[in-house]
Design a protein around this ligand. Structure first.
Ligand code: SAH
Length: 460
């Protein structure tokens, strides 16, 4: 059998025009229908590219020279933009980023979900799309006897050196990472080495409540013991009064998962507070909390609008995390039930309900796809269901459970248009109509897009 020839060979140069963009933010150019994916280009641009990986059905290329430059191209302000890969769209104007995200959602709904009838609203963007992240998790390494921190170079585990700031992270978090690095380095705490599975400090995680200014530092270590911890705590807390919590997460596994199973409180409280709108939240180290506070408010306001509550409704918030959406909705509902798989998050959710004097919520730990059928068996009949699943979307069993529960409306919050589109098709086939689709830019400069969808039951 002869191998089908590809239209381009490895290391070959070719000049192509880019027509489209993938969900990862790569430009797509074609030679006789054979796609080449290239980072750092813009649809409409023409460029000379070099094939660096050639597969049967596609190639990956590297930008060598632009021959036609898009008027939407801007200079990426980050020095390590091309090496890091954490951001994918810094070379585009912000307006174009927002338009590309809207288009990405439109394409997914049409191509994957076969949903043609619905209009996708323009993406809700940020006034200032920089320095928005309230959380950073940064790997620690060693160079010439010093600790270094920096994100990994794309598709590798080499730390980018000289990366002393990340301009999508809040300044306070940048400063905290640097402080922990410098102090730990001086104290002689070693960095974890993936190759040998030796050494101590793996990652530094910092989360700061945007509206309270409270900071939690999480030191992720391979070892149970953290040497010099007293001095480390002393120097951090004396110099940075905004720190209200220092935690240690012990991760003894050879894994890419950042946080370990066990979390210990080294100093202060086990959580920090933040507020979204009128509601106050306690957030612990392991709990999911939206990373962009400004846009979270916009997202939750829209969720509330799509849920269209009048005060008498029973609501389910599936994948509820620390109960953020549940508590936002509770004020306008009769009762809100939340379900979430991480026990610590449910503890936070319960505490958060109390903290805000909210009495009409109930939170359960478990897999949403198992708890929902159980709720049905108990006779629970929701009027509205909100789902906010991780990137892989809703479990099939959860979609079926929703269809059985027959709520009047469903609000789907999604961080992945592809799985959203797949799930919407199932809900449409099950008797729901997609009425509104609203992308929200939770992650400016990156290719990620958050989408909010309102579905209405077609018949009673
Ligand atoms: N709605 C929340 C959290 C959304 S993130 C907020 O806006 O803050 C998705 C959440 O789903 C995470 O907290 C994750 O722990 C949880 N999760 C993942 N798989 C789950 C499952 N099978 N059942 C219930 N929760 C799950």
């Amino acid at each position: 059998m002869s191998k089908t020839a590809t239209p381009i060979k490895k290391n070959e140069l070719v000049t192509i025009q880019f027509e489209d963009m993938t969900h990862e933010g790569n430009g797509v150019g074609k030679i006789n229908g054979y796609p080449i994916f290239v980072p750092n280009v813009i649809p409409g641009e023409i460029a000379k590219v070099k094939a660096i990986k050639v597969k049967k059905n596609f190639a990956i290329g590297k930008l060598i020279e632009l021959e036609h430059v898009s008027p939407e191209r801007v200079d990426p302000p980050c020095d390590v933009y091309l090496q890091c890969g954490g951001c994918q769209l810094q070379h585009m104007s912000y307006q174009l980023q927002l338009e590309m995200k809207q288009k990405q959602v439109e394409n997914a709904l049409k191509k994957i979900g076969h949903i043609q009838h619905v209009k996708v609203e323009p993406t809700i963007g940020m006034e200032d799309p920089w320095r928005y992240r309230n959380k950073v998790q940064i790997p620690v390494g060693e160079k010439a006897g010093e600790l270094i921190t920096g994100f990994y170079r794309q598709k590798s585990h080499d730390i980018i050196e000289g990366m002393d700031r990340c301009i999508i992270t809040s300044e306070v978090n940048d400063r905290m990472v640097e402080a922990v690095r410098a102090i730990a380095s001086k104290l002689g705490i070693s960095a974890y080495d993936e190759q040998t599975h030796r050494g101590i400090l793996r990652h530094i995680m910092v989360r700061t409540g945007e509206n309270t200014g409270q900071t939690m530092i999480v030191l992720v270590t391979r070892t149970n013991e953290l040497p010099h911890k007293k001095k480390l705590i002393e120097q951090l807390t004396q110099n940075f009064p905004s720190i209200t919590s220092i935690m240690q997460s012990v991760n003894q596994e050879r894994t890419n998962v950042i946080l370990g199973r066990r979390t210990k409180c080294l100093w202060g409280k086990e959580y920090i507070y933040d507020t979204i709108g009128e509601i106050k939240f306690a957030i612990s180290a392991k709990s999911f909390y939206q990373v962009n506070p400004t846009q979270t408010k916009a997202l939750y306001d829209k969720t509330l609008a799509f849920a269209n509550l009048t005060g008498g409704e029973t609501v389910i918030d599936a994948y509820c995390g620390i109960g953020t959406i549940s508590l936002f909705l509770a004020e306008r509902a009769k009762k809100v039930y939340g379900v979430e798989i991480v026990p610590e998050a449910i503890e936070d959710a319960k505490q958060n309900a109390k903290l805000n004097g909210i009495r009409n919520t109930e939170f359960v730990v478990g897999q949403a796809e198992k708890v929902m059928p159980w709720w049905t068996a108990q006779g629970l009949k929701p009027d509205v269901i909100v789902v906010d699943p991780p990137r892989k979307g809703c479990d099939e069993a959860l979609l079926q459970a929703m269809l059985q529960m027959k709520p009047d409306r469903i609000v789907y919050v999604s961080c992945n248009p592809s799985t959203l589109a797949r799930d919407l098709q199932i809900l449409e086939d099950g008797g729901y109509q997609t009425q509104k689709v609203q992308p929200v830019d939770m992650f400016p400069q990156t290719a990620h897009v958050e989408t909010l969808v309102k579905l209405q039951r077609r018949y009673p």
